[in-house]
Design a protein around this ligand. Sequence first.
Ligand SMILES: *[C@@H]1O[C@H](CO)[C@@H](O)[C@H](O)[C@H]1NC(C)=O
Ligand SMILES: *[C@@H]1O[C@H](CO)[C@@H](O)[C@H](O)[C@H]1NC(C)=O
Ligand SMILES: *[C@@H]1O[C@H](CO)[C@@H](O)[C@H](O)[C@H]1NC(C)=O
Ligand SMILES: *[C@@H]1O[C@H](CO)[C@@H](O)[C@H](O)[C@H]1NC(C)=O
Ligand SMILES: *[C@@H]1O[C@H](CO)[C@@H](O)[C@H](O)[C@H]1NC(C)=O
Ligand SMILES: *[C@@H]1O[C@H](CO)[C@@H](O)[C@H](O)[C@H]1NC(C)=O
Length: 277
Amino acid sequence: MAHATVQGAPMTRPCPRPSAPLIVFLVLLASCYLALTRLPAAAPLATLIAPSAGHGSGHGAVDSCAGFYRGAGAAGRRAVTASVEEFGAVGDGVTSNTAAFRRAVAALEERGAGGGARLEVPAGRWLTGSFNLTSRFTLFLHHGAVILGSQDPEEWPLIAPLPSYGRGRERLGPRHISLIHGQDLNDVVITGSNGTIDGQGRMWWELWWNRTLNHTRGHLIELMNSTNVLISNVTLRNSPFWTVHPVYCRNVVIKDLTILAPLNAPNTDGIDPGLCT
Ligand SMILES: *[C@@H]1O[C@H](CO)[C@@H](O)[C@H](O)[C@H]1NC(C)=O
Ligand SMILES: *[C@@H]1O[C@H](CO)[C@@H](O)[C@H](O)[C@H]1NC(C)=O
Ligand SMILES: *[C@@H]1O[C@H](CO)[C@@H](O)[C@H](O)[C@H]1NC(C)=O
Ligand SMILES: *[C@@H]1O[C@H](CO)[C@@H](O)[C@H](O)[C@H]1NC(C)=O
Ligand SMILES: *[C@@H]1O[C@H](CO)[C@@H](O)[C@H](O)[C@H]1NC(C)=O
Ligand SMILES: *[C@@H]1O[C@H](CO)[C@@H](O)[C@H](O)[C@H]1NC(C)=O
């Protein structure tokens, strides 16, 4: 899945999947772009999806499906800003910061009511289990910031399978939640100055390889039933399973990402949009 907005992402998979989601995604991007710019429908698709081919970032309509993306969200400006350190997080790569991230999101949801909030992750190695995002919210990863996925499966709790699958994709029943998860949200931004979210997925790949996986693996980032989602300017690595999974969402822009995983890592697809409009 060599997507033009994703640089340097090794997308080779041992188990190829149909490319229908990618096509849907490209059509979605194209229709957003055309709706905005009122270009003739004959505009070459390559120019719509290749910001590195001459389009500036953050200025042109190509970056946007709505004024939203040129507003507070895209620039990461919010009424309230706080660092995850203020909530007790320790960036030593060892301390579990699950509770700190959850506290931070809950506190900022309240403090930012109305104007929204931005949670900053400074340089450091921030180990965490899964946490949820909220609406009118920016997660901002500074240069040198690395969010590390917990190696304890219980830090990736089980959630219901997607209604459209009716079961976990790899195993029956519930599935592990994604590391960074959001549901029923509006105006969610994950961005930064190329900080990293590293799922440390090897543990999950080994469970898959040695057939001891009990429940479907979690994604690195999943947004469900959400509107106005922007994911940009971060590096995503070593997802346990698919890396970015927007599903049942509206108005999603994903750009300027680096997505990395070893070539043999099973099912670490880059971007798998599902049932989005
Ligand atoms: C995160 O969201 C999921 C799905 O909405 C929910 O099942 C889970 O309890 C939430 N987790 C936390 C820590 O709030
Ligand atoms: C999707 O989210 C909206 C709120 O944003 C909520 O009203 C609606 O019930 C949700 N739909 C489903 C199927 O959960
Ligand atoms: C995001 O990445 C693009 C492409 O590398 C770059 O032009 C832009 O300045 C970056 N934005 C930020 C806020 O770092
Ligand atoms: C972001 O970081 C990744 C990993 O270090 C690197 O491969 C990529 O080139 C960087 N992107 C930018 C725009 O600097
Ligand atoms: C399977 O892989 C997991 C994760 O690395 C490991 O903990 C477990 O011992 C392995 N089980 C077998 C039967 O190899
Ligand atoms: C899978 O289930 C077995 C049996 O209940 C349990 O011993 C094992 O710890 C579970 N593995 C994971 C990764 O949760």
